[in-house]
Design a protein around this ligand. Structure first.
Ligand SMILES: CC(C)(COP(=O)(O)OP(=O)(O)OC[C@H]1O[C@@H](n2cnc3c(N)ncnc32)[C@H](O)[C@@H]1OP(=O)(O)O)[C@@H](O)C(=O)NCCC(=O)NCCS
Length: 173
């Protein structure tokens, strides 16, 4: 395996990022979602993994809010998703590298926490905890076993709990 590098997405990565998301997920929903979020702008961290053969994986982190009666748009909350690695290159550590680099980028940007909806076999190894333990949930409690949070500034989360709300395009995609 040639050296894997993680770097910020560039404009000329758009097609490769679309292809990776379309190949990794059953439908093109996630690929389109990434395009929509890119068009909206806003606070995002979008990373790619590449080697000498090209782009192998992609991770998107976008801003979310907590709907706790009143919206807290300034809490610096981010959510990871989608995360995708080319099917033929999965289980080689690339997804993990993207998660770790993305979390570091969110931390450097001053984020208080990163949420993720995903497999319990994957995310706890990076320090993600069940979000329900801190009073956060995604849409409804049925997602509790799959919804995680990684606190980056635990003090900033004190007194904050409730539904974690993603950008509307996540519902429309
Ligand atoms: C999920 C994904 C990004 C992981 O990337 P990756 O490069 O394969 O991950 P890594 O090699 O860093 O880690 C692999 C480990 O994660 C586990 N893992 C990965 N995806 C998993 C899943 N969907 N369910 C359970 N475990 C999973 C593997 O069992 C493996 O564990 P092991 O090392 O103990 O054997 C990749 O499998 C993928 O693109 N999947 C399809 C898209 C998807 O489901 N993304 C959303 C996840 S929220």
């Amino acid at each position: 395996m040639s050296d894997i590098r993680i770097r910020a997405e560039r404009p000329d990565d758009r097609e490769a990022v679309y292809d990776i998301n379309a190949a990794a997920f059953p439908t093109e929903t996630e690929a389109r979602l990434v395009d929509h979020m890119r068009a909206l702008g806003g606070p995002t961290v979008s990373l790619v993994a590449e080697d000498d053969d090209g782009v192998l994986g992609h991770a998107l982190f976008t801003a979310v809010t907590v709907n706790a009666g009143e919206r807290d748009a300034d809490a610096g909350l981010m959510a990871l998703g989608p995360l995708a690695v080319r099917p033929e290159r999965q289980r080689d550590g690339i997804g993990g590298r993207l998660v770790q680099s993305g979390v570091e980028a969110c931390k450097a940007a001053g984020a208080a926490a990163v949420f993720v909806l995903g497999p319990a076999e994957f995310y706890p190894r990076f320090g993600f905890e069940p979000a329900q333990d801190r009073g956060f949930f995604f849409r409804n409690r049925q997602f509790d076993p799959h919804f995680f949070v990684l606190p980056l500034k635990p003090a900033a989360l004190e007194g904050l709990s409730g539904e974690v709300v993603y950008a509307p395009v996540f519902d429309e995609a």
